[in-house]
Design a protein around this ligand. Structure first.
Ligand code: NDP
Length: 340
């Protein structure tokens, strides 16, 4: 059983030295009544994992030094003493960065023997998909004709926010890192425009493509993108605050005027905006069924597209995770540990 554990807490960008790569044996005989032995096939890499590696107080418990790095995974049942699972079933699990784990299966969802696209459970039909759906529709409340802006536009959350907003009849502006991603967002996901956040003229260009201002800003990244968005927000704008990935590796406050809170607060007040943070697993998990049904229908009807980047090789996990935090991924990042 290969696994990655936390060796030390990253300061800034994670490095190889923050992780231990270990090999430990797992004894199939040790599976007790009610438990299953799972083998990881697909491991999801997600930005939130960076937060768990730090000891800052947050909505979820931090990893301890020596813990296996957490993460969603699609596994197969190797052996089972739990009536809900039989050998060979695909299971959505939370086994983290390792080949095998034994669990009582309470947190697991059985995907059956032959799911069409097992890895979709980690993206479009799983946590990131639900994040896009709930954040946009329940908090953003987009109306036809409104302008919606979202960054990380080719990632699982951003790409789905944009496509759902298009389904709802909105004008959709994406923001992504680089020309290739911007072209992809327009051509494949149907965004009306997509701008490169590395462009020094981002603020001016955003103003040009949002002549009627911004009604919904789905916040995925923070930083410079938020600076460009802020002056364009309309009265009664809604901001689902989903993540701020541009700052996940930050070790200090950004340079510039130190306290911009009064400016921000006065804008929220005078424009009567609504900013609402959410954690999908805490706020919307009871509505997962609604999301799942609707998203499955959209997929079937060809209304939404999904981009996955599946990387073969467990040994690449750390490098790929580092890349995810700085935009080297192109689509939903998944590590394939072994054959189905
Ligand atoms: P992505 O696969 O989109 O990966 C993150 C992307 O962020 C990168 O690919 C990169 O895209 C972009 N990025 C990185 N640094 C910067 C920067 N400095 N400025 C602008 N963009 C940057 O991730 P997800 O779709 O999985 O997640 C998107 C966001 O949603 C994250 O903030 C995540 O934490 C959040 N999230 C929140 C949840 C919740 O419940 N609140 C649940 C799930 C996700 P590019 O190259 O295009 O810039």
């Amino acid at each position: 059983n290969r696994r990655f554990t936390l060796k030390s807490r990253p300061h800034g960008e994670p490095t190889n030295e923050n992780f231990n790569f270990e090999s430990v044996s797992v004894n199939p005989e040790s599976v007790k009544d009610g438990e299953v032995l799972l083998r990881t096939i697909y491991l999801s890499l997600d930005p939130y994992m960076r937060g768990r590696m730090s000891d800052r107080k947050s909505y979820a418990k931090s990893l301890e030094i020596g813990d296996v790095i957490i993460g969603g995974s699609v596994c197969r049942v190797e052996s089972s003493k739990n009536p809900k699972f039989t050998e060979g079933d695909y299971v959505l699990a939370y086994g983290g960065w390792q080949d095998y784990h034994i669990t009582a299966g309470k947190e697991c969802i059985n995907l059956g023997k032959d799911p069409k696209q097992p890895s979709y459970a980690l993206g479009i039909l799983g946590m990131p998909g639900c994040t896009a759906y709930m954040g946009l529709l329940k908090i953003g409340e987009p109306k036809a004709g409104e302008t919606v802006v979202v960054a990380a536009a080719t990632g699982p959350v951003g790409s789905l926010v944009g496509q759902i907003a298009k389904i709802k009849g909105c004008r959709v502006i994406g923001i992504a890192g680089g020309k290739e991603k911007c072209e992809y967002a327009k051509k494949e996901f149907g965004f009306d425009e997509c701008l490169d956040h590395k462009d020094e003229k981002l603020a001016e260009k955003l103003a040009e493509v949002c002549p009627k201002g911004i009604d919904v800003y789905f916040e995925n990244v923070g930083g410079k993108v938020f600076d460009a968005v802020l002056p364009l927000l309309n009265t009664k704008a809604r901001i689902p605050l989903c993540g701020m990935v541009s700052g996940y590796n930050a070790t200090e406050l950004p340079k510039g005027p130190v306290d911009r809170l009064p400016l921000l607060e006065s804008m929220i007040l005078s424009k009567r905006m609504r900013v609402q943070g959410f954690i999908v697993t805490l706020d919307f998990w009871d509505q997962f069924g609604e999301f799942y049904q609707q998203m499955s229908t959209w997929i079937q009807d060809g209304k939404v597209k999904y981009l996955e980047q599946i990387v073969d090789g467990f040994d690449k996990t750390v490098d790929e995770f580092r890349g995810l935090l700085v935009g080297k991924n192109f689509g939903k990042l998944v590590i394939r540990l072994g054959p189905d």
